[in-house]
Design a protein around this ligand. Structure first.
Ligand SMILES: Nc1ncnc2c1ncn2[C@@H]1O[C@H](COP(=O)(O)OP(=O)(O)OP(=O)(O)O)[C@@H](O)[C@H]1O
Length: 440
């Protein structure tokens, strides 16, 4: 096959792969970003195009890993990562990042991301860890909006009516459903969660099996929009047939029901079945007052369960927690606290240095955007913004070096080590930047 034809075959295979693939060339410029990778990150083709010029200066976790591999020439294998993408979906991947080498030369770096979100979701359900029934008292609700959610949920429990919980991932909908179950005016014997991101035949079989029982059961269909339209229709039929029984039905969805209906993701009849009472659970961005009480609760449990001494966060970290926008809401915060807590020994407060590196990169990025500095220099909006490629690459390199130095508190040896440079060569770059600054 001629080279061009072969390239088209490779391109097709890369695009169709169900593994997320992204690659950068030796200058750190993105060259491959396949369909699955876009899906994992929740971004559209248009955004990818806009983004490419910024890619190398955008210090998100996985990009910096690609750059790390490029600089060090060493692979990173089986790196597990949980994040919330632009659409607010919870994603967990196992990543292998490899240098692309030919005849001893590094041509770039490539990342393969295997999507294990569903398995991870099934295994990691923090709310099950409390080892006690989840009542409304377990839910952090200091803000007025969350207090309102709890009082409406109590009304639903008293009147035993069907409820639809609406809210972004990680806002606590599962907890509220279980809270309703434990406050029902006439207690039900079982609480059954139908995990709709699982195989839908299994979900329907589970519902068919239990719905015919005479015991009163609380059914919670979590994220019903993950089911196909036909599966949703079958569920409404089953619910309607057994409506006269004394079961209680609760459902949750991750976004605005009207939008989901118009996007063909939510069945109108399923929505109407639940529409007698809908409760919107606000995102944590809308109720920042709940952040610190949640953190304090977490650490008080940690002290009790593990005998640690940790009292809370330093002011700096508190500030960061309050300014970050938490796309994965309290679940994201909880996953982060788990990571931090696994490293706690005798510390009394959580300092900036104790935050995982990927999170520091993320918040550094936010601060940069908030302060509206430098990175805008790299965005090409008009022809006037264009400049010779080697000048552009030099600017990006300088920017990266400055940020890396800031990250390591100005420590030249550590920075040089992480960037895979000799100390002298980093010092040379620093001097070159200083000289250039002085000339300005
Ligand atoms: N208000 C809250 N109080 C205490 N913990 C919370 C609260 N909200 C979320 N959490 C923590 O976040 C975890 C995830 O919450 P939950 O599963 O209820 O979110 P969800 O809204 O149902 O998310 P999804 O849409 O992804 O199913 C909980 O297990 C709990 O540990």
């Amino acid at each position: 096959m001629e080279l061009n034809g072969l390239l088209q075959v490779y391109e097709f295979i890369t695009e169709m792969s169900d593994i997320g693939i992204s690659a950068i060339d030796a200058n750190g410029m993105p060259v491959i970003y396949n369909k699955k990778m876009k899906e994992l990150e929740g971004i559209t083709d248009v955004e990818v195009k806009k983004r490419s010029a910024r890619e190398i200066i955008n210090f998100e976790a996985e990009e910096s890993l690609l750059l790390q591999v490029l600089h060090k020439g060493q692979p990173i294998r089986n790196h597990k990562k949980t994040f919330w993408n632009r659409k607010g979906q919870e994603i967990t991947t196992i990543n292998n990042i490899l240098p692309i080498e030919k005849e001893g030369r590094i041509l770039g770096a490539v990342e393969f991301a295997r999507d294990i979100s569903t398995q991870e979701f099934m295994m990691y359900q923090p709310l099950r860890r409390y080892g006690q029934p989840l009542t409304f008292e377990t839910i952090t609700a200091v803000s007025a909006s969350m207090k309102n959610v709890i009082s409406t949920a109590k009304v639903a429990a008293t009147s035993r009516i069907s409820v639809m919980l609406i809210g972004e991932s990680g806002t606590g909908k599962d907890m509220i459903a279980e809270g309703i179950h434990h406050s029902l005016s006439m207690p039900n014997e079982q609480f059954i969660t139908l995990i709709c991101r699982r195989d839908e035949e299994a979900v329907i079989a589970q519902l068919e099996k239990y719905i015919t029982e005479n015991n009163n059961i609380t059914f919670f269909g979590e994220r019903i929009e993950y089911l196909s339209m036909s599966a949703q229709e079958r569920i409404v039929e089953l619910l309607k047939i057994h409506e006269t029984k004394n079961h209680v039905f609760i459902a949750s969805i991750g976004g605005d029901p009207i939008e989901l209906i118009s996007d063909g993701k939510l069945s109108k009849s399923l929505y109407f079945f639940f529409s007698s009472l809908t409760i919107r659970v606000p995102s944590i961005r809308e109720r920042k007052e709940d952040i610190m009480p949640f953190v304090n609760d977490y650490f008080s449990r940690h002290r009790q369960d593990f005998g640690s001494f940790v009292q809370g966060l330093t002011d700096e970290v508190e500030e960061i927690f309050l300014s970050y926008d938490w796309p994965g809401n309290l679940k994201e915060l909880e996953v982060l606290l788990d990571e931090i807590a696994s490293l706690i020994t005798t510390e009394e407060s959580i300092t900036y240095e104790m935050l995982p590196a990927y999170f520091r990169w993320k918040v550094q990025d936010i601060h940069r955007q908030e302060n509206n500095v430098q990175s805008e220099l790299f965005i090409v909006q008009t022809v006037k913004d264009l400049r010779p490629l080697d000048q552009y690459i030099r600017e990006v390199e300088d920017y990266y070096v400055v940020k890396a130095l800031e990250f390591f508190g100005g420590n030249v040896s550590k920075t040089a080590k992480e960037l895979g440079l000799k100390r002298q060569s980093l010092q040379y770059r620093m001097k070159r930047m200083k000289d250039a600054d002085e000339k300005k």
